[in-house]
Design a protein around this ligand. Structure first.
Ligand SMILES: [Zn+2]
Length: 250
């Protein structure tokens, strides 16, 4: 009995040592790209940099493929960081904020040619209305392997809300998306990158596994609730995109 227990402890120690020598011991930074609209900016656009032209987007994805990158979901990165699950040699997460129609009409076909998933940070309010993504298109994205994450109900600055409204926006958006699409909705994205300790706490209490910001850089643990991203602007084109990816501090 006693000997059996010693053997069991030894086996457990070996298992821990084994996993420590794998991915889990050296979690690496992963680029999470941030896109908004994938179409040419209309002349009236207040924030033209939020618009990336479809041909620029296609070239940027082609550049990633040519340089050995493979897109994965945030959950796969999380599983690698927390459990040592396998990742491609050069992983990248391609995230899309808010839920614009062009993310379905323009981004999906490009990602499909690479057999890559996207990550959709969906504002629940954006599911309906003129030019909305609407639920059936979100389902198509999910069917194509995309990960659905929450981006609140109405995109407020979460740091300005009282506790009840903060909870409604954070927890309520997760509940609404899970109910509509029957997927986990494990990650959260702070609207306009606005968060503080109270907001982070609400995100944790709502059961999310992590959250993305608009802070620039590679995403890496232990900051699972303040994950950096790399904003891709309309003015980046291919050369600006390539220099953003190649100038990242490892
Ligand atoms: Zn947003």
């Amino acid at each position: 009995m006693r000997k059996g227990r010693v053997l069991l402890v030894a086996a457990l120690l070996l298992a821990v040592a084994g996993s420590a020598s794998g991915n889990a011991a050296t979690p690496r930074g992963v680029p999470i790209l941030m896109y908004h609209v994938v179409s040419a900016p209309p002349g009236s656009a207040h924030y033209p940099d939020l618009f990336v032209r479809p041909d620029d987007f296609a070239k940027q994805m082609g550049w990633l493929a040519k340089h050995g990158y493979r897109a994965v979901t945030l959950k796969r990165v999380y599983d690698s960081w927390t459990q040592g699950a396998n990742l491609p040699a050069h992983p990248v997460v391609i995230s899309f904020d808010d839920g614009y129609l062009s993310q379905y009409t323009r981004a999906l076909p490009v990602l499909r040619t690479h057999h890559w998933p996207g990550v959709l940070n969906m504002e629940v309010n954006f599911l309906h209305g003129v030019g909305a993504l609407v639920p059936w298109r979100v389902r198509k994205l999910i069917d194509a392997g995309w990960e659905l994450d929450a981006h609140t109900l109405t995109h407020p600055d979460l740091t300005t809300l009282d506790d009840a409204e903060l909870w409604r926006q954070v927890h309520g958006s997760r509940v609404a998306l899970r109910r509509l699409f029957h997927v986990p909705v494990d990650f959260f994205c702070y609207p306009a990158g606005r968060y503080d300790a109270r907001v982070i706490n609400a995100v944790k209490l709502a059961g999310f596994l992590g959250a993305t910001t608009t802070n620039y850089g590679l995403a890496r643990p232990p900051g699972l609730f303040t994950l950096n991203r790399i904003r891709i602007n309309g003015s980046d084109g291919l050369s600006g995109f390539a220099s953003k990816l190649t100038n990242l501090t490892p």
